[in-house]
Design a protein. Structure first.
Length: 260
């Protein structure tokens, strides 16, 4: 795995210094020359790091003052709570916007076709979306749905409404999801879309959504910006066990509050 660029390491350190209170709101950061000396790098590298901090809403360049800290908390991350089901997905879709990067009926890869239980040589609707929260990209999602379901909506529909809502409109009653959460390094395709360096760690999910008959009505693979998305899970003890085990509260038939 390639190491993250130097500017990203400097950005991360400065960001931590701001978040931890070493620099407070309205404090002026050291100038580019001073930072370049401190970190043993060029001003160009420092400038890239500062641009990332500005994109996070943490600093501003002000005439006569230099670079000023305007906030010690970056844009609040989008939270996913494993406490409700499809309504959470709809709420997420309504407060974010999406760019549809790909929309086509294609044969899915063999692994996905097997996961969805599709017959050989069957087409499905393949979509790729980039979702934004407060005008900042936070998720890159790849979805497959069976062809007959995909025929019920258009690319414009997908740009305007969450996929969960479109499934409902098509008469699909999505009631259960099997989900895997993992970490993955950003590749050369996803990194520039999410605004991170190649090799940066991303939070990811892979999900299979079922209807009441057990049919897979959606396969979803999502990668999230690590600083703009988080899962929040409420746990409760299991009184039937004596080992102090915990489980997710209301875990049956629940979907997380993200952008399906």
């Amino acid at each position: 795995m390639a190491a993250a660029p130097l500017y990203h390491a400097i950005y991360s350190q400065l960001r931590a210094n701001i978040r931890e209170g070493h620099y407070r709101p309205y404090d002026t950061l050291p100038g580019e020359n001073e930072l370049a000396r401190d970190y043993g790098c060029s001003r160009v590298t420092i400038r890239k790091a500062l641009q990332n901090l500005a994109s996070d809403g943490l600093i501003e360049r002000r005439q006569g003052r230099g670079t000023v800290v305007v906030n010690n908390r970056a844009i609040d991350p989008v939270r996913a709570e494993v406490t409700g089901f499809v309504e959470n997905l709809l709420a997420m879709g309504l407060r974010t916007r999406v760019d549809v990067l790909h929309f086509a009926f294609e044969r899915p890869p063999e692994r996905i076709a097997e996961t969805m239980g599709l017959p050989p040589n069957t087409q499905g609707l393949h979509t790729v979306r980039l979702r934004f929260y407060k005008d900042m990209p936070f998720s890159y999602s790849v979805a497959w749905v069976p062809e007959e379901i995909g025929q019920s909506f258009s690319r414009a529909d997908l740009a305007a409404q969450p996929l969960t809502q479109l499934l409902r409109r098509a008469g699909i009653d999505a009631v259960r999801a099997h989900q895997r959460i993992f970490a993955k390094s950003a590749d050369t395709i996803v990194a520039p879309l999410l605004g991170v360096a190649v090799g940066s760690p991303l939070l990811g999910i892979e999900r299979r959504v079922e209807d009441r008959t057990g049919r897979i009505v959606e396969y979803l693979y999502v990668l999230y910006h690590p600083e703009r998305y988080e899962f929040e899970i409420t746990m409760e003890s299991d009184p039937s066990r004596n080992d102090g085990a915990w489980q997710a509260a209301g875990r049956e038939d629940m979907l997380p509050e993200d952008n399906s």
